[in-house]
Ligand binder design. Structure first.
Ligand code: HEM
Length: 509
């Protein structure tokens, strides 16, 4: 895709800005892959395994015939978590980690899809195609997650309802059960208390590498050495993996045991299909791939008579190099090009170190009359301009440094917005991201007064102002920054950068 695109940019960041500079703070929960942050170690459990199981149980309510259920984060509702089919605390643990990572562009369900993808990719598995755009459910789905005591035909029927054939069922169960195991507490009839100081939560693992993706689940099953509690459990009624794995005469499991590559590629395909199983009518985005050159946090602010441009850029698959010379070239409205030297601002990595990236920061002063239209980057003499289109920067609307707090109780702010003369927006609104009563990210808007009330600011811009009462932190979520959106000739323009109400100074008296 072409930068900027607010939704795709946000999805790309949460997927690929994993560790180091500008890390999004998810991957630390699976570093190392057997980390389990909710109890003392060695617990025998792993966040990575919980995340994969949570994604599956969220999806498994899907009904391919009527189009209901699927990946929609309905697993966060207490009513679903309390069902016997969702025994264990892995779901609430996972939701507790991921709720905070959702935003207006990344749904809670998108984060649960990413939970699975990052666990698999970062813990030895294949790369999995990730799309965004899932829509969070407002209420629980109908029950329908398979349980170990059910017979083979119920499982075949259940996976068919979810949209998977019998062979795909074998694959999906084997892929999922490459991680984790069965814990004593929620399943005391399957796993006894192990009394093992190296396995404090008494988890009987599906294979010998419970926090690492590999085909051991298949090799150990085929060789007869498996300890999988759903294969060799003492009560045959709950040996669902045994019934499922052997349901085609072991043909699929034998192929997986013989070829780690086949296992990995099959799992990559099935996991992608699984997380893309969404309620009918939901439109997913394109597959999110890392942008080779990606500006981030680009901000324009009017400070007195000058416009301040700041931001960073990430060069993907690039290591730090003190000799590298990077500069920003930006174009104005009157045919001028300006060159600014950039400084290294940090390094980052993703997919357990498989990719590294180097970040550079820029700052520049822009003459408000000439403005700015787009950016390009020069890296050791090579021009990075997104295939010739450049990196567009809109200078039609932005905050001015004069925004301030007008009253303390209730805390009220005046947001001042500079609007470029000639832009003539039909409507200008402040947007703030909050949560609704079922934790879905929502955008709350405040109108900014019309241009008839505007006062001249300088030759190029007029000042618009809007008053906002602080809405606090409903549901305990940190309120987002305020951003600006203008409607111009039926199109939406969004400002680069936002302002946190909580950081504004008091207005001068
Ligand atoms: C007939 C289908 C399935 C049955 C009956 C089944 C059953 C179970 C059971 C009983 C557990 C133990 C949970 C606990 O102790 O808290 C478990 C764990 C797990 N399942 Fe499944 N499962 C099925 C399919 C799947 C699929 C399709 C996936 C993923 C694609 C999956 C992924 C996992 C993972 C990762 C764990 C480990 C959780 C942890 O250790 O925290 N399962 N499964």
């Amino acid at each position: 895709y072409i930068w900027p695109s607010p939704q795709l940019d946000a999805l790309e960041s949460i997927r690929f800005d994993q560790d180091g500079h500008r890390a999004q703070g998810i991957s630390v929960f699976i570093e190392p892959c057997d980390l389990f942050v909710f109890s003392a170690s060695p617990s025998g459990r792993a966040d990575s395994a919980d995340w994969i199981r949570t994604a599956y149980h969220d999806m498994a309510t899907h009904n391919a015939t009527d189009g209901t259920g699927g990946m929609d984060a309905s697993i966060r509702f207490l009513e679903e978590i309390s069902r016997p089919e969702n025994a264990g605390d892995g779901f609430s643990n996972t939701i507790n980690v991921f709720l905070a990572h959702a935003n207006r562009y990344v749904s809670i369900a998108d984060t649960l899809a990413l939970a699975l993808i990052m666990s698999v990719e970062n813990c030895g598995g294949p790369e999995i195609a990730f799309r965004g755009g899932r829509v969070d459910a407002g209420e629980p789905n109908a029950p329908g997650v398979p349980e170990p005591q059910q017979d083979l035909q119920s499982h075949i029927d259940s996976f068919a309802r979810q949209g998977f054939t019998q062979t795909e069922m074998i694959g999906l169960v084997a892929c999922g059960h490459s991680f984790g195991g069965v814990e004593h507490a929620p399943f005391p009839d399957i796993v006894p208390d192990l009394n093992d100081p190296t396995n404090l939560k008494s988890v009987a693992h599906f294979d010998s590498t419970f926090a690492h993706f590999d085909n051991n689940v298949a090799t150990e099953y085929i060789s007869g050495t498996t300890q999988n509690p759903l294969v060799v459990g003492s009560n045959d009624i709950t040996n669902s993996d045994k019934r499922i794995f052997s349901s085609d005469g072991n043909a699929t499991m034998l192929a997986f045991a013989n070829s780690p590559e086949l296992f990995a590629s099959t799992c990559a395909t099935l996991f992608a299909r699984m997380v893309d199983t969404v309620p009918r009518g939901v439109q997913l985005t394109e597959v999110i791939k890392p942008l080779p050159v990606k500006p981030d946090s680009v901000q324009l602010v009017l400070n007195g008579g000058t416009l301040q441009l700041s931001g960073e850029v990430r060069f993907w698959n690039t290591t730090a190099d003190p000799n590298r010379v990077v500069s920003l070239l930006w174009d104005d409205h009157v045919g001028g090009t300006h060159t600014v030297a950039m400084k290294a601002s940090g390094t980052a990595s993703a997919v357990a170190g498989r990719y590294t990236s180097a970040w550079y920061a820029f700052n520049s002063t822009v003459d408000p009359v000439a403005g700015i239209t787009s950016m390009r980057f020069l890296v050791d003499g090579t021009l990075e301009d997104q295939g010739g289109v450049g990196f567009a920067v809109q200078d039609g609307i932005f905050f001015t440094k004069t925004s301030c707090i007008t009253s303390q109780s209730p805390r009220t702010a005046r947001f001042d917005v500079a609007v470029r003369n000639g832009l003539n927006p039909t409507r200008l609104v402040l947007e703030q991201e909050l949560r609704d009563n079922v934790n879905r990210p929502i955008v709350v808007t405040t109108e900014i007064s019309s241009s008839t009330q505007s006062v001249a600011l300088n030759d190029a811009y007029s000042l618009w102002s809007g008053s906002v009462v602080d809405s606090g932190a409903p549901g305990g979520f940190t309120p987002g920054a305020h951003t600006i959106r203008a409607e111009v000739g039926g199109l939406n323009i969004t400002a680069n950068g936002g302002q946190f109400l909580s950081l504004l100074p008091p207005c001068p008296v």
